[in-house]
Design a protein around this ligand. Structure first.
Ligand code: FES
Ligand SMILES: [Fe+2]
Length: 356
């Protein structure tokens, strides 16, 4: 029987594990924060969160992008809310103003000498882009972190998608630890069972394979036809040859799937140790607009909604299981759960580098 304090101890332990994962792993990795079309003009800004930290990203007057803490140096109000455009940023609480790159310009009610040196600038974060994606990260000491902008830039160039635009965004709150969601994403051992009516009917699962790279993995899957994945309920249509498509899963929590004519992203962020948030964007390539791909954006969205519903159902059920006193981590299939083993190794490595 459990002692009275043990479930509290377990919760405290889970909280401290999550804190380390947030502070070290997720904060050290490049996170997608905006799209270039949100920040096309000088002075445009948008506020967001990066691993729970309020961040503002701005297109400065010199054309460069800047990412900064969106916490006023006075008393902590957001410097900016939502999105907008201006020549300065004005805090909505007591009116401190900042230049677009985060330097305090005026502090109403203060003599300038009364504003300490350390309070005259917002902390800034690195920012980089790849195609339409803009990334930032809170910490820069994560040597293990993959260079997402550089890798994605190359991928986008090689795939030749041309101009991309956002056609849909979907978000889910999942009652499971974020790692369970990631681990579900990086293996397809569950696909014949969990996705029997969707993915399993649209792709050749026998040809699913994973290539491990440093900081990311590439998952290849052969779809029977571009249009088949969206129409799998009624059986795949074989009007085109098999198309091998790939998904890049960047450690720890961001993935990009390359489909004919579309890109679908996947971002998982923890809310607490037993809940996470999943965001998926569907981007369409302009160059495919006139081609006979049969794959309408609405079909792609519906298809991914079905897959997510199937995955969330098993992941939430597994969360209840792993919380059991009688659960011990089971073995991983050498081939079928290679992606899971890779994710766990990278996580361990990132945490141990930080400790060491
Ligand atoms: S909190 Fe921003 S001006 Fe006071
Ligand atoms: Fe799945």
């Amino acid at each position: 029987m459990l002692r009275a304090g043990s479930s509290r101890d377990l919760q405290a332990r889970q909280r401290s594990i999550l804190e380390a994962e947030r502070q070290i792993v997720l904060s050290g990795a490049w996170q997608p924060i905006a799209y270039t079309w949100d920040l096309a003009l000088h002075g445009q800004y948008t506020s967001t969160e990066v691993v729970g930290e309020p961040v503002i990203v701005v297109r400065c007057t010199n054309g460069r992008l800047a990412a900064m803490s969106n916490v006023c140096r006075h008393r902590g109000h957001p410097v900016a809310t939502g999105s907008g455009r201006g020549r300065i940023l004005t805090c909505g609480y007591h009116g401190w103003t900042y230049t677009l790159d985060g330097v305090v310009q005026s502090a109403p009610g203060f003599e300038w000498e009364e504003v300490p040196e350390c309070a005259r600038k917002l902390p800034s974060f690195p920012v980089a882009s790849a195609g339409p994606f803009i990334f930032s990260r809170i910490r820069t000491d994560g040597a293990w972190a993959p260079d997402v902008p550089a890798i994605l830039h190359e991928m986008l160039r090689d795939e030749g998608y041309g101009k991309l635009s956002l056609v849909a965004r979907r978000e889910w709150r999942v009652a499971a630890n974020w790692k369970l969601m990631v681990e579900n994403f990086v293996e397809c051992l569950h696909c014949p069972i969990v996705h029997a009516a969707t993915l399993a009917r649209a792709v050749d699962l026998k040809r699913y394979r994973v290539e491990e790279r440093s900081g990311y993995s590439v998952h290849y899957i052969s779809s029977l036809a571009p249009g088949s994945m969206a129409r799998s309920e009624s059986g795949p249509r074989r009007r085109h040859d098999t198309v091998e498509r790939q998904t890049i899963v960047f450690f720890p929590n961001f993935a990009v799937s390359f489909l004919p004519g579309y890109i679908v992203t996947f971002v998982v962020t923890p809310s607490d140790s037993e809940t996470c948030h999943v965001l998926r964007d569907v981007l369409a390539a302009e160059s495919y607009a006139t081609e006979e791909t049969e794959l309408a954006a609405a079909d792609v969205v519906t298809y991914y909604e079905s897959l997510m519903a199937e995955d969330i159902r098993v992941v939430e059920a597994a969360q209840r299981g792993v919380a059991s006193r009688f659960y011990l981590p089971g073995p991983l299939s050498v081939v079928g759960e290679r992606g899971v083993a890779h994710f766990r190794r990278q996580l361990q490595e990132a945490l141990s580098i930080a400790e060491g």
